[in-house]
Design a protein around this ligand. Sequence first.
Ligand SMILES: [Zn+2]
Length: 88
Amino acid sequence: MIDKWLKKLELTDWTITLESLNNEQVVCDCPPEDCYFIGVKYDLDNKHAIIYHDRDLTEEDIVHELLHVKNPFWSEDQVNIETEKLLK
Ligand SMILES: [Zn+2]
């Protein structure tokens, strides 16, 4: 699934690593089902991105995080709008 989006977003020269976190590493007050963490850390020079997640990733999560990689200066809102558009 990631490969498909790397092609669509023209990010095929990037290396993407998925790293799962265990739940205890994420602390918050909300109910467990609403409490999760997904984030991306990327290195523009080496074209390497690590997506951290503590629940199973959905296609939407992947598109969202890859858009952050492709557009490092976009706001969270811009990324959310574009993610919705791409998944339609
Ligand atoms: Zn985001």
